[in-house]
Design a protein around this ligand. Structure first.
Ligand code: UDP
Ligand code: MG
Length: 321
């Protein structure tokens, strides 16, 4: 095997002006010490602050490339756009907010090469996030494990290494609403995960609101299974069965205790009815989500749109160390 495989870093950036200078300061020494060809691809995901200008100023370094998207498409779409232009044999994704220590990169690469893995995932040793951010993640991790039937313990950590062929498979599958770590695992043969450190966000605040997290979770569940639809069907059957049994029970009680009792029972019936109505709306909502997603797939609108890729001259050298 070629021992000097080229490395591509893909870093999505959305309003990270306060972090970028520190990020590059920490990244470059780590990469240079590894002594191989590498490139750093920053994807500007429609930042509304000064991030793009800062990224462009990094173009003085020959290994830096910047992908400018037309607007904000979300972290995973941004990473996909970076994937579509990578040139390295090993592709590593990480966050721009320095929550993933760049110093872990050599470790990732070592594990990948020594054991010939297709994907190296990571577990955050001591997660430095607020409870509101970690609690939904715990649920997401649990559900994902069930859905994809792959036993990864931490899906949310984006400091991950992928082999080029896995990245190409992902780019070629043209699916919307995808969750990269799950998709990659789905497309690869040999997968592992290692522990890495996790740090506090250097500056700014998390871009993930509860709404975005719920959306991401639905992306994950709906693109890997029809479980929610099946669940609704079975729950519906169970409820109908319960409803019929309860009706029979009420009928018998009416016969035993007389009409007076039955009139008071009306309120019980209302309560039950509301439970059913609530469930129906929930079911409609889930089905609506699926239909919305089908609609998006059918329209085939690209998941992201690249405005420009810097540097604009194609022949610029990849950094040789
Ligand atoms: N990000 C992005 N587009 C978005 C939201 C986030 O490119 O719409 C980037 C962000 O700049 C960061 C990474 O994705 O590099 C992770 O985002 P964040 O730190 O907000 O998420 P968390 O660490 O809370 O999961
Ligand atoms: Mg973060």
């Amino acid at each position: 095997m070629d021992k000097k495989m080229m490395i591509s870093l893909v870093i999505p950036v959305y309003n990270e002006e306060a972090n970028l200078a520190h990020l590059i300061e920490r990244l470059r020494p780590v990469m240079q010490k590894m002594g191989r060809n590498y490139e750093i691809i920053f994807v500007d995901d429609g930042s509304r602050d000064n991030s793009l200008a800062i990224l462009k100023s990094f173009l003085i370094y020959p290994e830096v490339r910047v992908v400018e998207l037309t607007r904000n498409y979300g972290q995973h779409a941004a990473i996909f756009s970076g994937f579509s232009v990578v040139r390295g044999d090993i592709v590593i994704t990480l966050d721009a907010d320095l929550q993933n220590p760049p110093e872990e990169i050599p470790h990732l690469v070592r594990v990948m090469e020594e054991e010939d893995y297709d994907v190296v995932g990571t577990i955050r040793k001591e997660r430095k996030d607020s409870f509101l951010r970690t609690f939904p993640s715990r649920i997401i991790n649990g559900i994902t494990r069930k859905m994809t039937k792959v036993n990864m313990s931490d899906w949310g950590c984006m400091l991950r290494a992928y082999r080029r062929n896995v990245v190409e498979r992902m780019v070629n599958c043209h699916e919307h609403s995808t969750f990269i770590p799950a998709l990659a695992t789905y497309f690869s043969k040999k997968v592992t995960e290692i522990e890495v450190g996790h740090e506090e966000r250097y500056a700014g605040e998390s871009n993930y609101s509860l709404r975005k997290l719920i959306n991401l979770q639905f992306d994950l569940v709906s693109s890997f299974s029809e479980f929610p639809l099946k669940f609704i069907m079975f729950a519906g059957i169970a409820m109908a069965f319960l409803g019929i049994s309860f009706g029979i029970l009420l009928g018998i009680a009416r016969l035993v205790y007389g009409a007076h009792w039955a009139a008071q029972g009306i309120f019980t019936l209302f309560a039950i009815l509301f439970a059913f109505v609530g469930f129906q709306f929930f079911a409609l909502g889930v089905i609506g989500e699926y239909i919305g997603r089908i609609y998006r797939e059918v329209r085939k609108r690209p998941e992201y749109m690249i405005e420009r890729i810097y540097p604009t001259d194609e022949n610029r050298r990849i950094c040789i160390s």
